[in-house]
Design a protein around this ligand. Structure first.
Ligand code: C5P
Length: 246
């Protein structure tokens, strides 16, 4: 089936209670392509939360565990993740190619591995404070590309990156290597004190080549989250189909 505008949208279930998560799954079912289950909900609820989302929605599941450990442990942990029936899982790129390879192997082709390149709330100052070489401090995008190559070489399904790196990632690694973009802010929700440092709009991210956009608070905190998701869908449709013809 052809990819629809809603299929670009990943909604993070960043909630402390399963009750709220359930409410949002119900509100947004059919309006987003994927639900992202992150650490908060997974640590609180365990694998049962995946079953719960699957019972309530046909959307895909992205388990955002941001794994990082020695390769042998990652292989074993990923074996368990693959048994959960989730479509994507995140693994940090900041350890080694070997770790990413073991993650891919453990996923058994059932769960795709997404490499986390550089968290979007990390800016130059944070890169510097982490002890990176000057070339990476001057240009954190270089670090993102370096790590994306590692993920690509290790057989990952794609990477998480900001909208600013999408074009280059698609150019270097091809269409089928997924670029998943957080830090998405529709024009109508831009806040001055936003903690996401490298933000882009849904339409711009898709135009640049993002395969999936992670969009949380602009939908979650809207007066009508279903309507906010519809607005994002419309914005994506407008760039996918600029003439307005179906
Ligand atoms: O749109 P909003 O800022 O609320 O999105 C927050 C979500 O984006 C969180 O679930 C966070 O884990 C995720 N995120 C991510 N990768 C990043 C930055 C944020 O998955 N590099």
């Amino acid at each position: 089936m052809q990819k629809q505008a809603k299929d670009y949208i990943v909604f993070p279930l960043d909630f402390s209670s399963v009750k709220e998560a359930k409410e949002y799954v119900k509100l947004l079912d059919g309006k987003v392509g994927m639900f992202k289950i992150g650490l908060e909900l997974f640590i609180d609820q365990g694998p049962s939360v995946i079953k719960l989302v699957k019972e309530k929605s046909f959307a895909k599941i992205f388990l955002d565990l941001k794994l990082y450990d020695i390769s042998a442990t990652i292989l074993r942990a990923m074996g368990k993740v693959a048994n959960l029936g989730v479509d994507l899982v995140t693994v940090h790129c900041s350890s080694s190619r070997a770790m990413l390879e073991k993650a891919v192997e453990g996923g058994k082709g059932e769960t795709g591995v997404l490499g986390v390149t550089l968290l979007t709330d990390n800016d130059k100052d944070i890169v510097k404070a982490s002890g990176f070489k000057d070339e990476f401090v001057k240009d954190p995008q270089l670090l993102v590309m370096y790590r994306a190559k590692m993920a690509y070489d290790a057989g990952c399904k794609g990477v998480v990156c900001s909208g600013m790196e999408v074009q280059q990632i698609k150019k270097c690694f091809g269409k089928s290597f997924l670029a998943v973009t957080p830090g998405i802010r529709p024009g109508w929700t831009l806040l001055e004190d936003d903690d996401q440092k490298r933000v882009t709009t849904p339409g711009r991210a898709v135009t640049l080549g993002s395969d999936l956009i992670i969009i949380g608070r602009p939908i979650r905190d809207a007066d009508d989250p279903g309507l906010a998701a519809q607005k994002v869908i419309k914005e994506i449709e407008a760039v996918l189909n600029p003439s307005g013809n179906i």
